[in-house]
Design a protein around this ligand. Sequence first.
Ligand code: AMP
Length: 551
Amino acid sequence: MMADGAPAPLAAGLATDILERTVRRFPNRPAIDFLGRRWTYGELGRLVDRAARGFQRLGVAKGSRVGLCLPNTPYSVICAYAVLKAGGTVVNFNPLYAEPEMRAQIADAGCRIMVLLDLPDHCRKVTPLLGRGLDHVVICPLARVLPRLKGLAYALIKGRASVRPRGPGQVAFAELIGGTEPPRPVAVAPADLAVLQYTGGTTGIPKAAMLTHANITLQIGQLMRWMPPTEPGTERMLGQLPLFHVFAMTVVMHHGIAMGAELILLPRFDIEMLMRTIARTRPTCVPGVPTLYTAISNAAEARKADLSSIRICLSGGAPLPAEVKARFERLTGCTLVEGYGLSEASPVVAINPPNSSAKPGSVGLPIADTAVEIHSLDDPSRVLPAGEDGEVWVRGPQVMSGYWNRPDETAKVLVDGMLRTGDVGHLDADGFLFLVDRVKDMIITSGFKVYPRNVEEALFRHPAVAEAAVIGVADEYRGQVPKAFVKLRPGASATEEEIKSFLGHELARYEVPERVEFRDALPMTAVGKVARKDLAAEEAARGRAQSGKAA
Ligand code: AMP
């Protein structure tokens, strides 16, 4: 705070400063817990320096793009900061991508170096590209970051299958950090590119949002302003969300490190491992998506787990149903705060106040230095008044500088210094943002607009429904009609007719899905959102197969 009580202006810096400041301040405090093995900030800082020098030896210079294809492990944090310190740009990869997606993203980003775990499934998709675009792959042994006994057991059971670096271009992590000389200083400025964050995972063609050092550091400043009071160096941050996704990269990693928190990293979603980790480490901050809070609540209720250490929770990425929020709050005693963001905005745009003045159903107020406007869907130059639904436009220092190598796509979304988010919503008279849905997911049926989220929320009110997703499917007469996919609660039953008749009382006639399909599970994205895009692709394939048969 400044002397007059007004918050100090946010200053752009380098993403590497975030870690360096905490290393200087808290060298002996724990930085990372990985399944019981811990590293202090001092140790993390030294590993980052050595890896940065190692990347420089491999040719990383200002602007080089380096792919990180890692589940959450200490390597994710070490290598992200090391690439930045070497002057490079981090390109985040989802290790579960299929081979063609991996190849396409490597080529699009122009990565010449990729960092991977020594898991055969991961290496198989990437090492064949050595000499065909890639110069080096850095292979990180999982056993080496596990606690001693777990590491030995892992090496005994899985050791033979793990990939050992051999052949040209394959570099062991130990070799990367083998030198002792400090990294060469690189002239990086806040306006330089720090991260290529691929997006469009749930809709549209994947493209990379260009996030600069300034975007990231100013976003961290914005989150620090929002945070409830906390003692630096004392929080424990649960890192269940994948760090290759923008939400966790910013909120878990950079923000956690800026607070001097201990990052509790989990390599994959396994409810047993998660609940054991919560019991062992007693996290205080749990950023998540709604499906994570539901999973924790279900498990905690079943085994009467103690969640009382949890204090600060930020839900984002997908709408947070009121019942999910209320149940998690009952079990923890904390306030589960909903926010909204997207890859193109580093990602956070709006968050509810961290205290009781949150508005139910709202994703909150724009964060510091951020302006939100609602523009007419029919005439985008028109700004709509409070209460009217339109497209959400955002201005703020966290907004990307554009899409990598896609000036045409950039021109569509960056207009007059604002980001067109593609989300539909409205502001209320107090400036709180309420989201309706994505423009791209809107269904037009006989000329009427149907927002899938509206229909999904009505489905959630049915007592037998556990998960639901609604998409538009082609219809000869009405153009499109809504179709619902439903997963029922364990032990519950319902028929298609019952669900439709229930919805008939909740929705307009044209909003009621034409068909309801029951599934044992709904497809999820890496971060835990229901993947409407996968359902739409299945429907399209089914439609093509049927018209093929008819022809
Ligand atoms: P991504 O770029 O993968 O992080 O996806 C961003 C998208 O997630 C946004 O454009 C929204 O459509 C959606 N989203 C994020 N937060 C929320 C929220 N709290 N409620 C509803 N949708 C959200």
